[in-house]
Design a protein around this ligand. Structure first.
Ligand code: MG
Ligand code: MG
Length: 274
């Protein structure tokens, strides 16, 4: 059953996803060679609690940490550990919050220092695929319009789309209906309506689409060990505009503050090199 949110509920979800965005921006300051993924997790947990919220993933189905941190061939659900980031790694960081009875859930894939231009292209295309999907999140469209747009952009760029994990509705629960796959057929699936809040989250592999579920019970990685990227926004489907036409979605996640933190971090790293 798909729960439509009131305007007030959308604002609470915005508050959550803004906090997730701020948390990811805080974490971004620490993404550099030598930092362990456990250290990033501690930064996130402290930041979330200092802001009066609860980490949304901690204890979710028994997940042991605040962040999902997935490095290189890790796709999603990696458990923070003593692994120290290395120059050239990419790291998907997925973060959730619980505040005022609602969830936040957004993800960003960071470059660690200088990365291979081919891997940068994977990040760029995955992010573009997210934007293409979000552009379809309009009242009257269907979930399949989002899915098809994401898949088309990834595949026309020579990449493949993970099938086993999908986006989802977001609300008082982290995973609500509908599922939002990153592959599918335009014109199929549930009709999008005002008040639906969706997490759109392309997981795009540089190589083949096959995945492996690791024996830690959480980590999902690529079978061929090629890198994978992941970006996630929470968006609210809006009602018609003044012209009566469907409006583009209200984006509840704020990547601009994360991008700014990434840029500042890069400048800082360059300075310390000199
Ligand atoms: Mg997420
Ligand atoms: Mg999600």
């Amino acid at each position: 059953m798909i729960k439509l949110k009131t305007k007030e509920e959308v604002e609470l979800l915005r508050e959550n996803n803004l906090l997730v965005s701020k948390t990811l921006a805080e974490v971004a300051k620490y993404v550099k060679p030598g930092v362990t993924t456990d250290e990033l997790d501690r930064v996130a947990e402290e930041f979330i609690r200092d802001n009066g919220a609860i980490p949304g993933f901690l204890g979710y189905n028994g997940f042991p940490k605040t962040l999902c941190v997935s490095v290189n061939d890790g796709i999603v659900h990696g458990i923070p550990s003593s692994y120290a980031l290395r120059e050239g790694d990419i790291v998907s960081i997925d973060c959730g919050t619980i505040l005022k009875g609602f969830y936040g859930d957004s993800a960003y894939t960071f470059a660690v220092g200088e990365i291979d231009p081919e891997v940068q292209r994977l990040l760029d295309v995955t992010r573009e695929a997210l934007y293409k999907g979000v552009a379809q999140a309009k009242a009257g469209n269907r979930v399949g319009d989002i899915s098809a747009a994401v898949q088309k952009h990834a595949e026309t760029n020579g990449y493949s789309v993970v099938r086993e994990l999908t986006g989802h509705g977001l609300g008082r629960k982290m995973h609500e209906d509908p599922e939002v796959p990153n592959f599918g057929t335009a014109g199929r699936g549930p009709v999008l309506k005002e008040g639906m809040v969706l997490c759109i989250e392309p997981m795009i592999n540089a190589g083949k689409k096959a995945v492996v579920f690791e024996s830690d019970g959480w980590t999902v990685r690529t079978r061929d060990r090629m890198p994978s990227a992941h970006f996630e926004w929470a968006v609210a489907v809006r009602g018609p505009g003044a012209d009566g036409k469907p409006q583009t979605a209200d984006v509840l996640t704020d990547f601009t503050i994360i991008d700014e933190a990434v840029w500042q971090n890069k400048l800082q790293l360059k300075k310390t090199e000199r």
